[in-house]
Structures are given as structure tokens and as C-alpha cells.
Design a protein around this ligand. Sequence first.
Ligand SMILES: [Zn+2]
Length: 255
Amino acid sequence: MLVIDTSFPSTGFNERNGEPVRQVILHYTAAPFKSSLHTLTHDGVSAHYLLPDPDEPSYRRAGYDELRVFHLVDEDKRAWHAGVSHWLGRDNLNSRSIGIEIVNLARDDQGVFSFPAYSQEQVVVLIDLLRDILARYPQIGPTDILGHSDVAYWRKRDPGPRFPWQDLYEAGVGAWFDESTRAMYQRRFCVALPPEVEVERAFQRYGYKPAQNRQAFEQRTRAFQMHFRSRDDCGFLDAQTCAILYALNERYRGI
Ligand SMILES: [Zn+2]
């Protein structure tokens, strides 16, 4: 059962100015529960929800009986979690999204990343929370459940390659590709990859921001791989990555 705790409201929000909610953006905190709760309620960043890790010491010490979700900002207010971001031709997604911060102690040691797994209990509660949100916003489609790295690939890696996107999809939340469509495209692309200009269009059609240069192209490829092929997020455009992208577009964008 979903337990929502509203006892720590955040000061970090403003008005949505009439923009409809269209996306849910998932983040990791890269910090323990206690300091994350403080940051997200006092500083210039916030999110609508904070989901702790039940095994993380600062949450265990807080003494709650169950894994609860902290509701920090009302959904009809604009929280400050996405920053400079882009999806499907729109910028600055804070106005149009609900942000969920998930406690996970990922680390970035000067570009050397480590990504701990998410706890099973955390994933179960997250799925409950997302189902709860989706029931209230029927306009949020499968391809609108996104990672921060999808909408800000040039500067963000969260929720990281250990995030279980496929488990969410199998629970009815978010997008995934059809396996036989992927295999069909992959047989074709093993012979020759599509021209890069076509791949660029395919990324944009799915929702990603246009890549302005080679570095951005690789960053976006890596972000896409973290989401849909996380066992190898090399950032190199290969036949399988292209095949997944084309299979997703065929399923969700009608081409
Ligand atoms: Zn983030």
C-alpha cells in the first residue's frame, strides 16, 4: 500500500502558469535520505516526491515502520527538478512535469561513475506511486515517463543504467520496444546502419533534443542506451541501438 507523508512541504516551487502536466521525470538523489530531504525542502531545488531507500542508514535511523513516499510539492505547482531540459520540441520541462527524486547513492568521482542497484522494495513503491499519478493524468503516455538523462542528456546521468525501466514497463508503466520489431530492424542494420541524418531525425521524433555536434550525439546515444539497453551504454551508435530506436518509433510514433 502506498503511504504518502506530507509533513515536509518544500518552499521550492512556483506556479505552473496553466501548463498541463505531460511528463514524469525520474531522478536519483546521489545523496542519503536525510540530506536529500533537507536540500529538496530548503534550497533552490525541489521535487514533487522523494522516495527513500529502505536500506540506507539515514532512512533506517529515521525509524519509519514502512517505506513511505514524501510529498514535498503539490502536483499543481511547478517544482524545480529538471532545469534546462527538452522533450518533444518543448524546453524547460519543470512547467509540464512531475518530478520524483529517488534515493540512490550513485557517485561521480570526476567523471568516473558508480551506480548502485535500486532496492526491490523501492521499485515496488515507485511503481505504485507512478500508477497513482497516471490515474490522475491520463494525458501522460508511456513515452512521457522519462529519466533526467533523457531530457537533459548533455549534462545528466540520472536515474542511471541500473534503473529498472523494463520492470516498470512490465508493470504497465512507461515505454518499451517490441522484441520482434527490434530483431527485424537489427537484421537490416547489421548489413548497413541508416544514414546518420535519418538516425538524428529518429531520435528527435521519439522526443530527444537535436544534437548540435558529435559530442552531443554520443551523449544522447548513451542516455538512450542507459534507458533501453543498459548492459552496454558505450555511447556508440550500433545496429542494436538503432534497431531499438526504430522499433520504439514504430510502436509509439506510428512510423
Ligand atoms: Zn536529476
